[in-house]
Ligand binder design. Structure first.
Ligand code: 13P
Length: 287
């Protein structure tokens, strides 16, 4: 059932668990995530980066595929179709395409410009019945082979953005996308506690869910994190399962690989990973 993400995240915040956002790249990933969320009776968020949107030939295609698949698989759990790290223009395109939720990432802009653009998009998203996530304090990660450490958000700036009426907020607390470097200092819980103090009941979002130790995930949830994004861990298990299948040489005597069979182990690996995360985040049985 396609819905916006507000109610599921308000419930998660009140119930001290987190909803998983898993990024989609194609039909197989989407199907794996939807079927696993349904089996786990968990609300779920499908994240679409601008790059993944382009790969799938545009946000219209993504919205049409997700809506049709949700219906044809008979999915009953709440599912939000969410733009991940959207630009201002990307966010507007997703509003037109029929997504149910958007993230506007203005974290690299001067705070006044982040505020002005977020404010405009909050009004537009809410007019369309959509939820909106904003970001303060850039989430670092690998760029051109260099791993940048995550920034820590200024709690006062978080409050300014929260007061614009966003439905959930990503605040940098030392988290980064991709695999964490060996010298990573861990999540900055003092920053998270200060952000939570100033933003009250607003659900907070933890990006860069890959590779954060389970105890830190649980502590983050206890301090107000209600949505956790995971992408790289799904990529890693998908790649490993696909590589194994090819290395085992299970091709079809001269006909190459049956594309459906080739992608099946990777799709199953995504199901297993999503199940593991849903259970860790405590959203199973919450739909
Ligand atoms: P990871 O790739 O580190 O899991 O992060 C995903 C993410 O935060 C998407 O916005």
């Amino acid at each position: 059932m396609l819905v916006n993400a507000k109610e599921m995240l308000d419930k998660a915040k009140a119930g001290n668990y987190a909803v998983g956002q898993f990024n989609i790249n194609n039909l197989e990933w989407t199907k794996s995530i939807l079927l696993t969320a349904e089996a786990e009776k968990a609300p779920v968020i499908l994240g679409v980066s601008e790059g993944a949107g382009k790969y799938m030939t545009g946000f219209d295609t993504v919205a049409a595929m997700v809506k049709a698949m949700d219906k044809s698989l008979g999915i009953t759990v709440p599912v939000a179709l969410h733009l991940d790290h959207g630009t201002y223009d990307g966010a507007k395109k997703c509003i037109e395409a029929g997504f149910t939720s958007i993230m506007f990432d203005g974290s690299s802009l001067p705070i006044e410009e982040n505020i002005a653009k977020t404010k405009e998009l909050v009004a537009l998203a809410h007019e369309h019945g959509m939820s909106i996530e904003a970001e303060v304090g850039a989430i670092g990660g690998e760029e051109d082979g260099v791993i940048g450490m995550g920034e820590c958000a200024d709690p006062e700036e978080c409050k300014k953005i929260a007061d614009l009426g966003v439905d959930f907020l990503a605040a940098g607390i030392g988290n980064i996308h991709g695999v964490y470097p060996a010298n990573w200092k861990g999540l900055q819980f003092d920053v998270l506690a200060n952000v939570q103090k100033l933003t009250g009941s607003l659900p907070l979002v933890l990006h860069g869910g890959t590779g954060i130790p389970d105890d830190q995930i649980k502590k983050a949830i206890s301090l107000g994190v209600s949505k956790i994004n995971v992408n790289t861990e799904c990529q890693l298990v998908f790649a490993a399962a696909t590589r194994k299948y090819i290395e085992e040489g299970k091709d079809q005597q001269g006909k190459g690989f049956d594309p459906r069979k080739l992608l099946a182990p990777g799709a199953q690996a995504i199901c297993d990973k999503v199940k593991e995360k849903i259970e860790l985040f405590g959203s199973n049985g919450k739909a």
